[in-house]
Design a protein around this ligand. Structure first.
Ligand SMILES: [Zn+2]
Length: 144
């Protein structure tokens, strides 16, 4: 049910952004989902349409675009930046799978491919972000 709660938050934010931009109708909502976010993309897309308020004309015919943001790590020791493909070259695919489902485990499994340090930051690939809201106002196309 995690996906439904997130979808609900996305729809509410999109409505707020549309209102702030003076939009009367939302056509497309683009959402970015981090690779480390524990989310099932198909269930999330389904949830986005399920949580829509039935009688809201602002959202009639809205289309959702869900983009996945790949995870990026930044080593604190050697400042190397790396992502999943770099780790898969050196690592164990089962571990990458574990990290995907439990991001908190990443510090237990992930080592910098440059210097071997477990001390890194997660620079990208977490969370759910409302990327863009496109629609129309009575005056013409609008976006937020
Ligand atoms: Zn390093």
């Amino acid at each position: 049910m995690h996906e439904f709660a997130l979808a609900d938050a996305v729809v509410k934010s999109a409505l707020r952004a549309a209102r702030d931009a003076g939009m009367d109708r939302i056509e497309t909502v683009t959402v970015r989902v981090g690779e480390l976010q524990q989310i099932k993309a198909d269930l999330f897309e389904f949830s986005l349409t399920e949580v829509l308020p039935a009688a809201d004309p602002t959202l009639e015919g809205v289309r959702f675009v869900v983009n996945q943001e790949p995870v990026r790590f930044g080593c604190r020791v050697c400042e190397r930046r790396f992502g999943r493909p770099d780790l898969e070259k050196v690592g164990n695919p089962d571990e990458m799978e574990a990290i995907h489902f439990i991001p908190e485990l990443s510090h237990a499994f992930v080592r910098c491919p440059g210097c071997g340090s477990p001390d890194f930051d997660i620079l990208a690939g977490r969370g759910v972000t409302l990327e863009r809201v496109e629609g129309r106002s009575d005056d013409g196309p609008a976006s937020a």
